[in-house]
Design a protein around this ligand. Structure first.
Ligand SMILES: Nc1ncnc2c1ncn2[C@@H]1O[C@H](COP(=O)(O)OP(=O)(O)OP(=O)(O)O)[C@@H](O)[C@H]1O
Length: 547
């Protein structure tokens, strides 16, 4: 209790010291609080010469690593903050003094239940790196492999718990006293922070994420994920293969190694879209400190990713939302963007489509002042989410995580190769996704999943086909590709749609074949066999050969 009060006093003192009163909606406070704050805030007048964002950054730095982390996470919420403040907060760095190597050693021995000399052939007591949550030491296993040992800071969970409570108190205060404050969604920001930081506290979870990411990219020449040593990994300690790549932010070193920067930038985008659309599992903490480059083949450089504590995953509905909205945006079909939101119920039923359409147009249309290749997908999503929020849509946290990651990837890609054309790299992924949604593979997958229910629903299928066809003809009118790339995509979409009735019919035949071969429904075995064989062949023809 006493420590919380002291911490709160320290926060108040910091607000005064760094003149953060500019963030306080004075007009809404009672007169006596206004006078007192005005008086004490004049103490920090010297700092008023710095801009708002800079003062906020300095204040968070002075409050310590947990607040620095909060500021770093806040800096990624460009959908809520002014660019000036977000840019300043993005400069926050975890410059945290290391904790003693002996303490790290004691944590390892306690968690792995053996002395360090027994666990490793060599262990460096000097840390390799130290951040707000964990510290990294190098070691060598008895089998000869070089590894790193990541150890969670002692007592950090307790400190974080207390700071989060304080942050919630402040967030609720801001949300309750001002409309402007509510617009910044302070409680949502703190919840976001809480989830992120709690994920980082559990190294067993990070190890599991790393294992899954590694499996997803096994055999790939795009991304390497170091191996986890499971026998040595627990909640507070994780042992991982040591990697020796060039940090991605070290552009002089990459140039010296003759790395093909265009290829490197494009591969970053490719990895991101592969994770999102093919694996539905993406690394969501892609800051440069977590990305290295293997330059053994400089023409085809390979990324190495570490620190898989924060991962995102999208379900089919999210991917659909993303692909269809991005495509509609690039066709400048804001009507379709609005309809997608209203029809699906993302914004409350009854929201006027034209009002949403006009709001989204005013946000997005200025983006087309730039050439297509310079349009930021991340900024498009920010515009989309900001508008959707104004229309009371709750943007799902996984989509916000995706938008933040996309911004990081784009920023990194353009730093490596300023002429990076994101659309060209992203297009095949959106194309593939849309094709798969309507292609035979997807239909077969659905058929397999749905077959038992369909047996009872066969009579309704003609009706469903009719609805699907009328929806398709409605949407066909909308496909007006803006560039050659989008044109091409439109053609491919139309082609898959043309084939859809045949495929639906094919699925019906297969479903019927399945029903007839169900032993429970068979009265005359021979007739049933012939009927199901005929239906099966017809279904196969329509699904696979006809297209
Ligand atoms: N497998 C590895 N091989 C070589 N170096 C590593 C490895 N894992 C981590 N490091 C080094 O340790 C540093 C910190 O690691 P990591 O990012 O996992 O810790 P963290 O506490 O999550 O830090 P941050 O919060 O800053 O991301 C990395 O920037 C890198 O220099």
């Amino acid at each position: 209790m006493l420590t919380s009060v002291l911490r709160l006093l320290r926060i108040i003192f910091t607000v005064i010291r760094f003149r953060l009163d500019v963030f306080i909606p004075f007009a809404l406070l009672p007169w006596y609080i206004r006078c007192t704050l005005g008086l004490v805030c004049s103490i920090g007048r010297k700092r008023a010469s710095k801009n708002k964002g800079e003062r906020l950054r300095l204040a968070l730095e002075s409050l310590g690593p947990i607040f620095v982390k909060f500021g770093q996470i806040l800096s990624t919420r460009r959908d809520l903050l002014d660019d000036e403040i977000a840019d300043e907060l993005a400069k926050l760095q975890d410059k945290v003094p290391a904790f003693s190597g002996q303490v790290a050693q004691a944590i390892i021995e306690r968690d792995l239940k053996a002395p360090v000399s027994e666990l490793f052939a060599e262990f460096s007591v000097e840390p390799l790196a130290s951040a707000s949550i964990a510290q990294v030491h190098t070691a060598t296993l008895h089998s000869g492999e070089d590894v790193i040992v990541k150890v969670i800071r002692p007592k950090i969970e307790k400190t974080i718990g207390k700071d989060i409570k304080l942050l919630y108190t402040l967030a609720n205060l801001v949300a309750n006293i001002s409309e402007d404050g509510r617009r910044l969604r302070p409680v949502e920001v703190v919840t976001d922070y809480e989830y992120t930081i709690l994920d980082e506290l559990d190294l067993a979870k990070e190890a599991a994420n790393t294992g899954l990411l590694q499996r997803n990219f096994v055999g790939s020449d795009l991304l390497y994920v170091p191996q986890i040593y499971w026998d040595y990994s627990h909640r507070n300690v994780m042992v991982m293969e040591r990697i020796y790549g060039i940090p991605v932010a070290d552009i002089p070193a990459l140039n010296k190694a003759n790395v093909n920067m265009k290829c490197l930038a494009e591969r970053g985008v490719e990895i991101f879209f592969t994770q999102v659309f093919s694996h539905s599992f993406f690394h969501a903490d892609m800051h440069p400190g977590n990305i290295f480059v293997d330059v053994s083949n400089p023409e085809k450089p390979k990324y190495i990713a570490i620190d898989c504590a924060i991962m995102g995953s999208l379900d089919d509905a999210d991917k659909n939302y993303l692909a269809r909205n991005l495509l509609a945006f690039f066709q400048r079909d804001y009507r379709l963007v609005a309809e997608l939101h209203v029809e699906s119920g993302w914004v409350p039923k009854g929201t006027p489509v034209h009002a949403f359409e006009s709001a989204i147009r005013s946000v997005c249309e200025p983006m087309f002042a730039k050439p297509l290749k310079d349009i930021s997908f991340g900024q498009v999503l920010i515009g989309l989410f900001q508008t959707a929020r104004r229309f009371n849509m709750e943007v799902q946290p996984q989509l916000v995580l995706l938008e933040k990651t996309l911004l990081n990837i784009e920023g990194l890609g353009r730093q490596l190769y300023p002429d990076l054309d994101l659309w060209v790299t992203a297009k095949p992924f959106l194309e593939h996704w849309m094709r798969e949604q309507m292609g035979p593979k997807r239909v077969m997958e659905e058929a397999r999943k749905q077959a038992p229910q369909w047996a009872g629903q066969l009579p309704q299928i003609p009706n469903l086909i009719f609805t699907a066809l009328s929806q398709m003809s409605h949407q066909d009118e909308r496909i007006q590709a803006q560039t050659e790339a989008i044109d091409q995509l439109g053609k491919e979409l139309k082609k898959s749609r043309k084939n859809l009735p045949f495929r639906l019919l094919g699925v019906m035949c297969l479903g019927a074949a399945w029903v007839f071969t169900d032993p429970a429904s068979m009265e005359h075995l021979l007739t049933a066999d012939l009927t199901s064989l005929g239906l099966f062949l017809a279904g196969l023809y329509l699904l696979v050969l006809k297209p």
